[in-house]
Design a protein around this ligand. Structure first.
Ligand code: AQP
Length: 334
């Protein structure tokens, strides 16, 4: 049986956090043997809001090392930097020309982020079309993402369907794959909002992948909960803090909800919960941080891995781009 093809991306916008890991990367790693995988560090997406050029360059390298350290295996997954495969930007132009403006103006992430910028770039509005290009160039069947990216994957489906309708069957229609657990890890300092890279510098908001154990312990100790003491899963917004801690514990241990609650049946209030969750997070992240430190000591080896990933990605994306160019009526180079 041929394996299903998977595409997913992550922005090198700094401060990769526990939400990115539990909502996306951990699953990429766990399922990589079952699928044909393309994972992309989407540096072009990061340019949609202002960046310091040197910081972006460093963060892009650091994130690729972190993804290998988290367990992406270059023999099972193709990991590459988006800007190393120019077909992504070229395909974006072709898809821009079939995407109605109104579809982009409706995107909630655009509305949220635009509201926080003094000057909004065209790139920020166009972000979902570039994301559609990322996915459609690889004929990906599945796009594993956190809940926040579902709307963008749905837009990629709409664009693919519209293109197929206008120019004939060209694209596989991708499915968003959102796991039941870990899809929306909430901020530790405010469980009403998702843990987010752009807020990860705020004290107590997030656990960052490279945080030292003492920092992780402090972040969980300060985590916002409520005035009760019963440790149970709950949909009650007032209990969102405790629910978030239990979800984090559940995804990391791989246990069922009942088993998790049984683990805390004798907890003496939320202090025990916070302590235990910090412990499992520290143990989960420790080997990743150690492997990351080793990888960052050999930049030439990292470059070789990235060159190999880009070459493998180009071998799929470039013929697909030619197909799309042919469909819309461009004269292909002889
Ligand atoms: N809090 C989260 N819980 C679960 N999954 C999450 N993801 C992001 N935040 C959470 C998932 O991580 C993958 C990579 O995300 P991204 O690099 O595309 O960034 P993002 O979705 O814009 O979210 P960030 O990292 O928090 O950044 P900002 O601050 O810019 O919003 C995606 O699969 C995403 O769903």
């Amino acid at each position: 049986m041929t394996k299903k093809r998977v595409f997913s991306g992550i922005q090198p916008s700094g401060n990769m956090h526990l939400g990115n890991y539990l909502g996306a990367v951990k699953r990429w790693v766990e399922r990589q043997a079952e699928k044909e995988n393309f994972f992309c560090v989407v540096d072009l997406h990061t340019l949609t809001v202002p960046q310091d050029p040197e910081a972006l360059r460093q963060e892009t390298r650091s994130l690729t090392a972190l993804l290998f350290a988290a367990g992406l295996d270059p023999d099972k997954s193709i990991l590459f930097i988006q800007s190393h495969v120019s077909a992504h930007a070229e395909c974006c132009w072709l898809l821009n020309c079939v995407t109605p403006l109104g579809w982009l103006e409706r995107m909630t992430q655009y509305k949220d982020k635009a509201g926080k910028q003094e000057s909004v770039s065209t790139g920020l509005l166009d972000y979902p079309v570039l994301m559609a290009s990322d996915i459609l160039l690889y004929d990906a069947h599945e796009v594993p993402v956190g809940e926040d990216q579902k709307q963008h994957v749905e837009l990629a489906r709409d664009i693919a369907q519209r293109f197929n309708h206008l120019f004939g069957e060209t694209f596989v229609i991708p499915e968003p794959v959102i796991s039941e657990a870990g899809a929306r890890v909430m901020a530790l300092n405010d469980p009403a909002v998702k843990m987010s890279k752009s807020e990860a510098h705020v004290r107590g908001h997030a656990v960052r992948m490279l945080d030292e154990p003492a920092e992780i312990e402090r972040a969980f100790k300060r985590a916002v909960t409520d005035s009760g003491k019963e440790v149970r899963f709950s949909d009650d917004p007032a209990k969102a803090g405790v629910n978030n801690l239990l979800e984090i514990y559940r995804v990391i241990t791989g246990k069922g909800k009942e088993e998790v609650e049984a683990d805390f049946a004798h907890a003496r209030g939320y202090g025990d919960l916070k302590k235990r969750v910090a412990e499992v997070v520290i143990e989960e992240l420790r080997p990743i941080r150690e492997r990351y430190n080793v990888l960052m000591q050999d930049p030439a080896a990292l470059d070789r891995l990235l060159a190999r990933g880009a070459e493998q990605a180009r071998a799929v994306a470039e013929p697909k781009l030619r197909e799309i160019q042919g469909r819309v009526g461009l004269v292909l180079p002889g």
